[in-house]
Design a protein around this ligand. Structure first.
Ligand code: NAP
Ligand code: HSE
Length: 424
């Protein structure tokens, strides 16, 4: 075998291209093969020097490859290739949050069995060294909370809608053109990407896997320019947030992915464009905030190549692999249902502009113990439909839903287009 660390690169899109550009002249590494779906596609990098295949299993079966760098994304075949590569004794470096969130425990167990390791720094936080910080830098701590902005595409869209007054669709197109969005951007805008990332962060923080299907999610597609403007008027900025924290002594973990109104003075409100920022509360260190570019070719390639260097150094040590496996119990986290959580809320609703409406809203809220912090009416259409915004104090989600149920049944209510939680 060569004295260089030998790599098989699975995927040559935004991230894979960045990885090849960063590595191609590095004497420490040799790219033995690159797998893509379509060998005839025009590429940003000259592939003349590389063996290129459209059969990713070739990488998993090549005895001359030590490390598979999986930057293809998705599950299905890619997951099968990773499993086979592990079985064949290859180390894995991956940027694939969906695969780690859904199949992490089984992948880590297989890696343990075959004495190889799996690095996934780029899976959360793009270029921010977040996973290694949680896995190694904060080992002395019991983590009590992880929360922040972990999706670059939605942060970019919300920033463009607010600052440049761009329509949602245009901002999304830009995020795609810049290489921030997932192959299917629904994963970004409907919250799946944040679900995968917060599942990974929660499982590292609380050392138990989190089932992604149990995580509450809400995307950003319902949010309009009006919500952004009203949030500003109330002293907030809307941000897509991932959050994970234990619920008192119940043994449950509150894990969720949804947009929130963040007070303008909060550091998360100042995180703009593709940037991410994550707060981690540790028992020894206190509160740490890490921020930086959360997506894009070179920031993400930086994280992947960082993993490659770390792995190459570790390869020189005997029997190193098990030291890099995430500490993980076999039982999954008990996720607290969203109905049991307590939040403050922003509610935008449309009602008929007739006498008594405000009183009825107040009554429905009062009946279910929802205390109002603010209420404003914003204009009336020619058809006599008024936009009303309510801000509530902290209340249990189930009580809020009961109040909203009553409000929906009132004959004067036309629609409740947006309900958002507020970060206090
Ligand atoms: P992308 O631009 O869509 O590229 C995907 C690449 O994988 C393409 O080259 C595609 O081949 C190849 N591919 C997909 N399935 C394959 C298969 N079964 N066999 C062989 N090749 C296959 O995606 P990306 O943005 O680079 O993202 C890649 C991964 O990194 C994803 O897991 C993503 O979530 C993660 N990630 C991305 C970013 C970012 O900023 N973009 C940041 C962090 C993490 P063709 O080119 O032939 O179609
Ligand atoms: N689509 C993801 C994002 C890529 O926008 O954050 C980085 O994980």
């Amino acid at each position: 075998m060569s004295t260089k660390t030998t790599l098989g690169i699975l995927g040559l899109g935004t991230v894979g291209t960045g990885v090849v550009k960063l590595l191609r002249d590095n004497p420490q590494f040799e790219i033995r093969a690159i797998a893509v779906r379509d060998k005839n596609k025009q590429r940003e990098v000259d592939l003349a020097d590389f063996h290129v295949t459209d059969n990713a299993f070739e990488l998993a079966d090549d005895p001359n490859i030590e490390v598979i760098v999986e930057v293809a994304g998705g599950i299905g075949q890619v997951h099968e290739v990773v499993k086979r590569a592990i079985k064949n004794g290859k180390h894995i470096i991956t940027a694939n949050k969906e695969m780690i969130a859904k199949h992490g425990p089984e992948i880590f167990e297989a890696a343990n069995k075959h004495n190889v390791t799996v690095f996934f720094e780029a899976a959360v936080g793009g270029g921010i060294p977040l996973i290694s910080t949680m896995q190694r830098g904060l080992q002395a701590n019991r983590i009590s909370k992880v929360a922040g902005i972990v999706n670059g595409t939605t942060n970019y869209i919300l920033t463009m809608m607010e600052q440049e007054k761009k329509p949602f669709a245009e901002a999304l197109r830009e995020a795609q053109a810049k290489g921030y969005a997932e192959a299917d951007p629904t994963d970004d805008i409907e919250g799946n990407d944040v679900v995968y990332k917060i599942a990974i962060l929660a499982s590292l923080a609380f050392q138990s896997p989190v089932e992604v299907g149990k995580i509450y999610k809400q995307g950003i597609t319902q949010i309009s320019d009006l919500d952004i403007q009203l949030a500003n008027e109330f002293g907030y900025r809307i941000k897509m947030i991932g959050l994970a924290q234990p619920v008192g002594d119940t043994g449950k973990i509150d894990v969720r992915a949804h947009p929130m109104l963040v007070p303008l003075h909060h550091p998360l409100a100042g995180i703009e464009g593709v940037n991410n920022a994550i707060f981690i509360n540790g028992s020894a260190v206190g509160e740490v905030m890490l921020s930086g570019p959360g997506a894009g070719q070179f920031p993400t390639a930086s994280a992947v190549v960082g993993d490659i260097f770390n792995l190459a150094s570790a390869l020189k040590l005997p029997d190193f692999a098990r030291y890099f496996q995430p500490a993980m119990n076999s039982t999954t986290c008990d996720v607290c249902p969203i109905e049991e959580t307590t939040n403050a809320y922003y509610i935008r609703l449309e009602t008929l502009d007739v006498p008594g409406v405000i009183g009825h809203l107040g009554l429905a809220c009062g009946e279910h113990g929802v205390s109002l912090l603010g209420l404003v009416q914003k204009g009336v259409t020619d058809e006599g439909v008024a936009t009303i915004v309510l801000l509530t104090h902290q209340v249990k989600e189930s009580q809020l839903q009961a109040a909203l149920g009553d409000i929906r049944r009132q004959l004067t209510t036309k629609e409740i287009p947006v309900v958002l939680r507020v970060l206090r």
